[in-house]
Design a protein around this ligand. Structure first.
Ligand SMILES: Cc1cc2nc3c(=O)[nH]c(=O)nc-3n(C[C@H](O)[C@H](O)[C@H](O)COP(=O)(O)OP(=O)(O)OC[C@H]3O[C@@H](n4cnc5c(N)ncnc54)[C@H](O)[C@@H]3O)c2cc1C
Length: 355
């Protein structure tokens, strides 16, 4: 008989886990307050295995980039674009060290000179002397990707309970985590996946599990749609920016967003004026709106994924870089839950490391 599983969370992480569990044959009910997520729609959504990652984490991110390609074939209409990244957001010695290290790990990086950069991104006002091109980097338009995964899983039999707030995780008399209480009713199942983003810690705390995360805010500006200006992701010291398929320029002081401070409107105006002076023709750009997202970020910066000691029936998945990592985490979570596998790439990312 197929296992009954509740996935709490309809952001990119919950959606991916629910989709992978559904196609593996589980009887899945996705319960969430906001389908499409909370952090997810406010994300810069850069898919990458770029600098600053230890080798284990690099391998997980690389695997997930490959899993995005697989998912893109399995799920019609996923809004993926492999536009590549152009990066010079490090001092030159660090940029070269990153290129050397990641090239030795198998990351496809090409060094471009000023003429090549100008040819690649003719809209840049200031052309650096050198930048690194990483052609395998891309973007998943985040909310649409989560919604499409949910819709596809529903076509394959998943049930979704939207606009439902989980108020507590329930344990049975043997201590197993076996159900949820919500404002729409209570349900008992074989397994619970907790992928509630920034709220994961609160729900876990209700059953005595400490999930150490913080939730830094990140503000991004979104222009009104304009004809194509950028050919790919631009990761510059002043700004990180990209252009969406519908033509919006999305930018932050880095991909994690700008600190909104006490006056987000003022922070957005200041950021957008930088965007305008960064691009040729930028004076014609108009700010449409700004978003502030709260990144669910484990205290040491790495994912928390897997079962929890002493809380049978519970599987946790909370992470920053969730857009990059969603397909791999979804695939591995489904295998670990349904087949009892221990995925080696997830070994460094168990909750138990904080014990
Ligand atoms: C500004 C910004 C920039 C970012 N840039 C990048 C980037 O470039 N690349 C990258 O890979 N990642 C990036 N991230 C991180 C990435 O967006 C997140 O890691 C990812 O979106 C987390 O997804 P999630 O599904 O875990 O959480 P969320 O999207 O927050 O979804 C949480 C879900 O849980 C539900 N939920 C929560 N509590 C309850 C409850 N009590 N009852 C019912 N439902 C509940 C919510 O309704 C929602 O559906 C960025 C994030 C931000 C904010």
């Amino acid at each position: 008989m197929s296992r009954s599983i509740i996935v709490i969370g309809g952001g990119i992480i919950g959606a991916s886990i629910a989709w992978h569990l559904t196609i593996a044959g589980a009887k899945v009910r996705l319960v969430c307050e906001k389908p499409g997520g909370i952090a997810t729609p406010n994300s810069f959504a850069w898919i990458n295995a770029s600098w600053g990652n230890p080798h284990d984490y690099f391998k997980l991110r690389m695997r997930s980039i490959r899993e995005w390609s697989r998912l893109g074939k399995d799920v019609a209409g996923l809004p993926l674009s492999w536009q590549g990244g152009l990066c010079w957001d490090l001092p030159e010695d660090k940029l070269l060290a990153y290129a050397e290290e990641h090239t030795s790990w198998g990351y496809d990086i090409k060094r471009l000179d000023a003429a090549e950069i100008s040819a690649r991104e003719p809209a840049l006002v200031n052309i650096p002397e050198m930048a690194l091109s990483a052609p395998l980097e891309g973007v998943a338009e985040p909310r649409d990707a989560a919604m499409i995964l949910i819709a596809d899983a529903m076509r394959r039999g998943m049930e979704t309970v939207e606009n439902a707030r989980v108020t507590a995780l329930k344990r049975d008399t043997a201590g197993r985590v076996s159900g949820v209480a919500t404002d729409r009713g209570e349900w008992t199942v074989d397994e619970i996946v907790l992928a509630a983003g920034a709220e994961t810690a609160t729900l876990a705390a209700g059953i005595g599990v400490d999930v150490p995360i913080h939730t830094p805010p990140g503000l991004l500006v979104h222009s009104k749609p304009v004809p194509p200006m950028l050919n790919g992701l631009v990761i510059a010291p002043e700004l990180h920016l990209r252009q969406t398929a519908e033509g919006r320029i999305v930018a932050g002081s880095d991909f994690g967003g700008t600190d909104p401070g006490t006056d987000p409107d003022a922070a957005a105006d200041e950021l957008f004026s930088k965007v305008k002076s960064f691009l040729k023709g930028g004076e014609n750009l108009e700010l449409d709106f700004h978003t502030t997202g709260y990144r669910p970020t484990p205290k040491d910066g790495f994912p928390i994924v897997g079962r929890v000691a002493g809380r049978d029936g519970l599987y946790l998945a909370v992470t920053h870089s969730g857009i990059t990592l969603a397909p791999a985490l979804g695939l591995f979570a489904a295998r670990e839950i349904l087949d009892g596998e221990d995925e080696a790439l997830l070994a460094p990312y168990r909750l138990q490391r904080f014990a």
